[in-house]
Design a protein around this ligand. Structure first.
Ligand SMILES: [Zn+2]
Length: 314
């Protein structure tokens, strides 16, 4: 009896170490997918389905803009069949890592290669990003937040499906079915955003924070004002920026300003107190918390963003 008990405990220990928070799927001999961050994790999971092993290199709960890669990340990439990353400012460390990885059979998907890119903009009133605030070589070039347009995610999903079916033709039918289901959820989401934008009282949004929603506002024909561009790490806006945003909010009677996750700025609060505008969260889906990992999907987050948008525009 005691032996059986010990064996059970041992099995439990092995089982638990095998499925740390960053893993999904348990099939050792199936397709092994490694991703840099949570958007790619979720999209891969939608296309691959529950049975496929997906490992995320960054951890849940952290601001990916601040991530430093570890030696384990390299080992993970060397042992995978498919590697998916975004290719922008927040995972700029991937390029360095890929140079030293030895894995000839691996297929690589860069999400930014799947869509039409837009440049990061500095619009009127916005803080100009200075050199020492810039994160990587790609800053001041293309905006990295491609996944915030559901239309872009449709293209990314198509590319993921192609790659998975090539890497694992035996399960092609499953991947195609999963992708079709994901695409129809994305189409529904896209229609919802179009409907909100078309029936809204106004078309201007104000981000009293960094601005990850370039692809999003472009897709749905919205005008925006924001304190800081893209992935900017600045938190202290100039008096001119604060004054500009406050004036805009008063002039256009904007009822809500947006804040984004991992914000270190007190600006949303300041502007809210000054103007009486409420604060809403626009979730950039850069990452999720430990508790939400593997549970919260892109569709969930964007559905919440749709509710927030409907309030902000009316
Ligand atoms: Zn970012």
């Amino acid at each position: 009896m005691r032996k059986l008990w010990m064996a059970l405990v041992l099995m439990l220990v092995i089982f638990c170490t095998g499925c740390t928070a960053q893993n999904a799927g348990t099939e050792e001999d199936g397709l092994r997918i490694v991703v840099s961050a949570y958007p790619a994790y979720d999209f891969a999971r939608q296309v691959a389905g529950e049975g496929v092993q997906i490992r995320m290199l960054t951890r849940p709960g952290i601001d990916p803009h601040e991530y430093e890669p570890t030696p384990q990340n390299m080992i993970d990439i060397e042992n995978c069949d498919i590697f998916i990353y975004n290719g922008g400012e927040s995972d700029v460390w991937v390029d360095e890592l890929l140079k030293s990885v030895e894995n000839d059979s691996m297929r690589i998907i860069r999400m930014m290669d799947c869509v039409t890119l837009l440049e990061e903009e500095t619009v009127e009133g916005m803080e100009v990003e200075t050199e020492d605030h810039a994160h990587g070589e790609t800053s001041e070039e293309y905006d990295e937040h491609v996944w915030l347009s559901p239309v872009n995610v449709m293209q990314i999903a198509g590319s993921l499906c192609d790659t998975l079916t090539k890497a694992d033709p035996e399960n092609a039918e499953t991947y195609e079915e999963n992708t079709a289901e994901f695409l129809s959820a994305l189409e529904e989401l896209d229609a919802r955003f179009r409907e909100i934008a078309a029936n809204a009282k106004r078309t201007t949004v104000v981000f009293a924070d960094r601005f990850p929603a370039r692809y999003f506002t472009e897709e749905y024909g919205l005008t925006y004002y924001a304190a800081f561009p893209g992935c900017s790490s600045q938190t202290e806006p100039s008096a001119a920026t604060v004054a500009f945003l406050i004036d805009k909010i008063r002039e256009e009677e904007i009822p809500f300003v947006f804040s984004v996750p991992y914000s270190l700025s007190s600006l949303p609060q300041t502007i809210s107190e000054e103007t009486g505008a409420g604060i809403l969260m626009f979730n950039s889906f850069h990452n999720v918390s430990d508790r939400e990992f593997g549970q919260v999907t892109y569709i969930d987050v964007m559905t919440e963003n749709a509710q927030a948008l409907a309030r902000a525009l009316n």
